[in-house]
Ligand binder design. Structure first.
Ligand code: UFG
Length: 331
């Protein structure tokens, strides 16, 4: 199939583009490089530099490459930034996506897999979180993802769009030359590995007074390769699924302290750890129920054991101590 991957230079988008190529799809990688990395674009994809808000370019690309399906990753994704600059998130994630959807309609493209987030749930009222959980996001990032999920249902109704929205929990891990490198990096696993590699750095646990067994927050870590697999299964299911949301989570939670221990074991280094105040907006526990995606798409996490996630990310980190900075293109 000819597939357009927006945000293909980003963390999850790049891994997914690579797995699609491995599955013998023809991939057009589309990215404006505002946050993505050129070195994350794998060989055997066609690369187009552009912005989803530029309807003329997206239309030209869809027609030229006879695009049949779109995987839409391009988005602003740092929660903290969304709290400080909501306009940026509404412009990129909502306005940009609506422009993209209108192009899809115009070009007669009826298949879309959309990157959504557990952030659509907000503060969980019960765990594990099922797809029926109330949707009350507590930051603009989650709100913009929810706005698009709802728009997709209306595009389905009006234009026959077939779509799947995948609500990721905590993506982590690396696949070969592709790893996690956000600027600024706010995520737990890369920050811990940074502290493991640089013994002068202190890792800060954001709060140890949560109502959890060891007082630190519990999260559901999913290997990015398993997330990519969920996209491929979703795409395959689109002829029978008209529109649906799925959690992409492992169903098992680990506390920040457990992840710290995991990193110390895998790296065989002792970290300098300090407890700092809580980070605003962090729920105590976020764990998915994977029942629906397992039942409807046959998805099972294959690589998401915590040690395996950390090992893959550590291998990447030791080869790319400065992230993609100064690494040569993967092309
Ligand atoms: N943490 C620390 N120290 C750090 C970094 C993180 O203690 O230096 C803690 C956080 O407080 C949190 C846990 O590690 O308890 C995980 O934090 P991440 O930033 O890695 O991930 P989040 O759970 O905050 O965010 C993830 C996704 C978001 C999504 C959110 C859903 O990365 O995109 O889940 O609510 F919005």
């Amino acid at each position: 199939m000819n597939i357009l991957v927006t945000g293909a230079a980003g963390y999850v988008g790049s891994v997914c583009a690579s797995e699609l190529v491995n599955a013998r799809h023809s991939v057009v990688a589309f990215d404006n490089f505002s946050a993505g990395h050129r070195a994350a674009i794998v060989k055997r994809v066609k690369l187009i530099e552009g912005d989803i808000a530029d309807a003329a370019t997206v239309k030209r690309v869809c027609r030229k490459f006879r695009i049949e399906a779109v995987m839409h990753f391009a988005a602003k994704a740092l929660v903290d930034e969304s709290m400080r600059n909501p306009g940026l998130f509404y412009r990129n994630n909502v306005s940009g996506t609506i422009t993209l959807l209108d192009v899809l309609v115009e070009c007669g493209i009826q298949k879309l897999v959309f990157s959504s987030s557990a952030a659509v749930y907000g503060e969980p009222k019960e765990v594990p979180i099922t797809e029926e959980h109330p949707l009350t996001p507590i930051n603009p990032y989650g709100e913009t993802k929810l706005v698009i999920e709802r728009a997709l249902a209306w595009y389905q109704h009006a234009h026959g769009l077939r779509w799947v929205a995948l609500r990721y929990f905590n993506a982590a891990g690396a696949v070969g030359a592709l790893g996690e490198d956000h600027r600024p990096e706010t995520h737990l696993v890369p920050r811990l590995l940074d502290a493991a590699l640089n013994s002068d750095r202190t890792f800060h646990i954001y709060g140890d007074d949560y109502p959890t067994p060891d007082g630190t927050c519990v999260r559901d870590y999913v290997h990015v390769r398993d997330i990519a697999r969920a996209h491929i299964l979703a795409l395959r299911a689109l002829p029978r699924i008209r529109g649906a949301v799925f959690n992409v989570g492992h169903g098992e939670g680990f506390s920040v302290r457990e992840v710290v221990r995991g990193v110390e074991e895998v790296t065989r280094r002792t970290l300098r750890v300090e407890v700092s105040p809580r980070r605003a907006g962090d729920p105590a526990v976020l764990v998915a129920s994977p029942a629906k995606i397992s039942r409807d798409l046959g998805w099972k996490p294959r690589h998401s054991d915590l040690r395996g996630i950390i090992r893959s990310a550590w291998t990447w980190k030791t080869k790319h101590p400065d992230g993609y900075h100064r690494t040569r293109s993967a092309r």
